[in-house]
Design a protein. Structure first.
Length: 222
């Protein structure tokens, strides 16, 4: 039996409205506990070779909790806002249809400077499967340019941010001769019970860098 056209249209409209109604604030980093850890794997989309990816662990130094990102101490807000900028890397809350312009300067631990200029938009709220499990995630598409040391060229990113994991569970990037996918393999078990920042919270400028993490050569950020 054929499904009536009006029912199909109503179903699509309902699904669209439901997705648009979803909103995610920036995680309440004060709820992070020492020992919390996120791990990713990275796959080269050209050679299909896999390698250990990023690791973020919550540590405490001199009574101050920090995010240890690939061995480099960062502010707890580091994975969520990147370097302070009037045009930040990510704007919160996330919701389908939201758009913003990114224009961020950054300096890597080795002193190499760079800049990211991209147009970003949240295009969907959808299910995504990665080694760490299945998540409902906001798909964020970013297109623009990266200047990093002697490199300058187009950079295209797609992120899937899952509120439950408090992390980008998948990230694809195409920049220069690099084209990779990074997927979450581990995240803190208690994350599902933790609170997020109040809705309407915009990415606040952190003390140290925000969402970019020491990249592979010519990778630039995150």
């Amino acid at each position: 039996m054929r499904t009536p056209g009006w029912l199909i249209a109503a179903t699509i409209a309902f699904a669209s409205a439901s997705a648009s109604a979803q909103s995610a604030g920036m995680p309440d980093v004060s709820a992070f506990a020492v020992g919390d850890e996120w791990q990713w794997r990275e796959t080269d989309n050209l050679t299909k070779l896999e390698s250990p990816g990023r690791t973020i662990a919550i540590v405490e130094e001199s009574g101050v909790r920090k995010a240890m990102v690939d061995g480099v101490p960062r502010a707890l807000t580091f994975p969520y806002v990147f370097e302070p900028s009037p045009k930040p890397w990510r704007v919160w809350p996330l919701e389908v249809g939201r758009k913003w312009t990114i224009d961020v300067d950054f300096v890597q631990p080795d002193g190499v400077k760079g800049n990211i200029k991209q147009e970003a938009r949240v295009v969907a709220y959808e299910e995504v499967s990665v080694p760490a499990g299945k998540f409902m995630a906001f798909r964020i598409e970013q297109d623009g340019f990266l200047r990093f040391g002697n490199f300058s060229g187009r950079m295209v990113d797609t992120y899937w941010y899952a509120p439950v994991a408090m992390a980008d569970v998948r990230h694809t990037r195409h920049v220069g001769n690099r084209y990779f996918t990074r997927e979450l393999v581990k995240y803190p078990a208690p994350a599902a019970q933790r609170a997020t920042a109040p809705q309407g919270t915009t990415a606040a400028a952190p003390a140290p860098p925000g969402a970019a993490i020491p990249p592979p050569a010519a990778d630039g950020v995150k």
